[in-house]
Design a binder for this molecule. Structure first.
Ligand code: F6R
Length: 247
């Protein structure tokens, strides 16, 4: 299903509400909530609202386990552009999550250790009973996580090569295209698909044409987000502008 909200702020508050309801219902059962998290501009207001819910309304993250979708490779966690730093600054430093419950692909691995790490990442997710709620943004290539065009629907966590357009979109953050890593470690389409519930968010008219392809286009590896049409557990949450090309 597709849900369209007036603007990013309203939609983000709705997504934060879904996340907090999940956390609270799990708390009541004495269980952990397993969240799949994204970085980038799209989820920032969701995280802001979660921080507000923590600070002003007593929402606790003590029973929350998180798995981030991806990290650039190579990437030092302390670097300005690392997704570790992004998550700390935009969410984790401001809530009461147990640091041991945070999982982000490791951008510092030796090349020969990546495959083993990726397998263990998958096993760790399964060990927690799978991801309860996965949130996603969408890149202009149609990527989810860093599953670029050509990704297989059953792909798992792995090292991938970033699309040129993705690298160009990141170049401002890195102070030039040459500084953008060519690779990343990402959960696969198959990994994402195993989540019990998936929310893909998109804001802004810059995303309108790729959102149209993702929601209405033929299912194809050329636009990996089209695979989401195959899952009954996916909701596209859009603002008015991102939805503006939908028929
Ligand atoms: C980030 C991720 C990417 C982004 C996508 C959109 O962890 O996996 O798929 O969600 O590139 O990025 P923004 O939100 O910056 O437009």
């Amino acid at each position: 299903p597709v849900s369209v909200y007036a603007d990013e702020q309203t939609a983000s508050i709705e997504v934060a509400k879904r996340i907090s309801s999940l956390i609270i219902s799990k708390q009541e059962k004495g269980e952990q909530a397993v969240l799949g998290l994204a970085t980038g501009a799209t989820p920032v207001k969701v995280y802001k609202e979660l921080i507000r819910l923590h600070k002003e309304e007593g929402l606790s993250f003590r029973n929350v386990v998180t798995f981030n979708l991806d990290e650039y490779y190579p990437m030092k966690p302390g670097s300005n552009q690392s997704y570790v730093r992004f998550m700390n600054e935009n969410l984790f430093d401001h809530i009461d999550i147990n640091r041991e419950n945070i999982n982000i692909p490791d951008g510092e691995l030796k090349r020969e250790d990546i495959e083993d790490f990726c397998l263990k990442y998958e096993q760790k997710i399964s060990g927690f009973g799978g991801i309860d709620l996965q949130i996603l943004g969408i890149g202009r290539t149609g990527h989810i996580g860093f599953n670029e065009p050509g990704s297989a629907p059953n792909s798992g966590t792995r090292l991938v090569t970033l699309d040129e357009l993705t690298r160009r979109d990141a170049s401002r953050d890195f102070g030039g295209l040459a500084n953008v890593p060519t690779k990343a470690i990402t959960m696969g389409i198959g990994t994402i698909f195993k989540a019990k519930e998936i929310i893909l968010m998109a804001w802004n008219e810059k995303k309108a044409s790729i959102v149209k392809k993702a929601v209405e286009g033929d299912i194809s590896a050329d636009v990996p987000a089209t695979y989401l049409q195959l899952s009954p557990n996916v909701e596209f949450i859009l603002d008015h502008d991102a939805a503006s090309s939908l028929t």
